[in-house]
Design a protein around this ligand. Structure first.
Ligand code: PLP
Length: 364
């Protein structure tokens, strides 16, 4: 028997979340962002749930090949563009659209021999200071691209640093609009947070990443219930053992938890070697048989401990939901666990360990 820990992927939740994105931006086309192996969910596992998207956006050329291998004939966008000149051959062969964010990528295109002119997304650095041409040189980059026979249509793109927070997007939108005012082409500016929080922005193509996977981009200000999103991943396991603590007994490495009174705890077959964060402190939310309770003591490599006081009927074999969907409609958003660990849902879903078996659920 394998250890009882497993991850479940929920296609119905993915489809639901994508429908939420459509409702938030009814006139836009949607890139389903599936970089990082679909945020840890697995490109092949999310494909069916996300196939009503208008395109798939990702980074790795190998991931683009996997999407084509699934039979997708529609748009695929390389969010960082090509990494070296010969990548352009694959773009020509598979009809990949690609971001252009540095002048070297324009040089490579100019030298590329192709019968198929490429669709490119010219990226502006409007304030994120990660990728893209600064506003003052954007227009000359556009003019160079526009003059190339290797280039078909040019779309305009930027990425927000603060769509999820108090600084907002106005300063970047102003920089983007001022530099692109009279340039033709479709715009792609919104990520999940911008799509949900700044839905009046013109973004002909929205890039829906984290919301598709059922995590709130602006947690804890808003949660998935507020945005009507559903977890696309469940991490679950079972109780391996129980312990009856006496007052003063401690739990786990470093004795970081000490029972004040007699207390029953459960030992869960899940630890940091499964991708559950070690720095989740005592008090991190967890579901046992669908009932909310908390972790106690330090997370170890293969196990963690949970308080069974709210679930007196629980015993060996009881189902434990680390995040996602629990029994009888119960729910534990990944964002709650991420916050306890001092991180974000993105990181947890990308970090489920290879040793955890992953299954696609039949129903959400
Ligand atoms: C350029 C770009 N667009 C869109 C996204 C999707 O962002 P989110 O997952 O916050 O929707 C990302 C993710 O980091 C990105 O780098």
């Amino acid at each position: 028997m394998p250890r009882p820990v497993e991850a479940l992927i929920h296609p119905a939740a993915l489809a639901h979340n994508l429908a939420r994105a459509r409702a938030a931006a009814p006139d836009a086309r949607i890139w389903a962002v599936v970089k990082a192996n679909a945020y840890g969910h697995g490109i092949e596992r999310v494909f069916d749930g996300l196939r009503s998207a208008d395109g798939f956006a990702l980074l790795d050329l190998a991931e683009a090949v996997r999407v084509r291998d699934l039979g997708w004939r529609g748009p695929i966008l390389l969010l960082e563009g090509v990494f070296e000149p010969r990548d352009l051959e694959l773009c020509s062969r598979l009809g990949l659209w690609h971001v252009v964010h540095i002048k070297e990528q324009i040089d490579w295109l100019a030298a590329h021999k192709t019968q198929q002119p490429h669709r490119v997304f010219l990226k502006m650095n409007s304030g994120m200071n990660r990728l893209g041409f600064r506003p003052e040189v954007f227009r000359s980059a556009w003019a160079r691209l526009d003059a190339l026979p290797q280039v078909d249509e040019i779309s305009l793109m930027t990425h927000f640093s603060d769509a999820d927070g108090p600084r907002g997007v106005a300063h970047q939108v102003a920089a983007f609009e001022a530099a692109t005012l009279d340039l033709p082409g479709e715009r792609s500016i919104s990520n999940s947070a911008a799509l949900l929080r700044h839905s009046a922005l013109r973004s002909d193509w929205v890039r829906a990443g984290i919301l598709s996977y059922g995590s709130a981009p602006d947690f804890p200000e808003r949660d998935i219930t507020h945005w009507q999103l559903q977890p696309a991943m469940t991490l679950r396991s079972k109780l391996l053992a129980t312990q009856d603590l006496q007052p003063g007994d401690t739990v786990g490495y470093g004795s970081s938890y000490r029972a004040g009174l007699a207390q029953r705890i459960g030992i869960v077959a899940c630890g940091y070697a499964d991708g559950y964060p070690r720095n989740c402190p005592t008090g991190t939310l967890v579901l046992v048989d669908g009932v909310r309770t908390t972790t106690v003591g330090r997370v170890s490599m293969d196990m963690l401990a949970v308080d069974l006081q709210p679930v007196p009927a629980a015993g060996v074999g009881s189902e434990v939901t680390l995040w996602g969907h629990g029994p009888r409609g119960s729910l534990l958003p990944i964002d709650d666990v991420a916050q306890a660990a001092g991180t974000i849902g993105y990181e947890l879903m990308c970090a489920v360990a290879p040793r955890v078996p992953v299954r696609v659920a039949l129903a959400a």
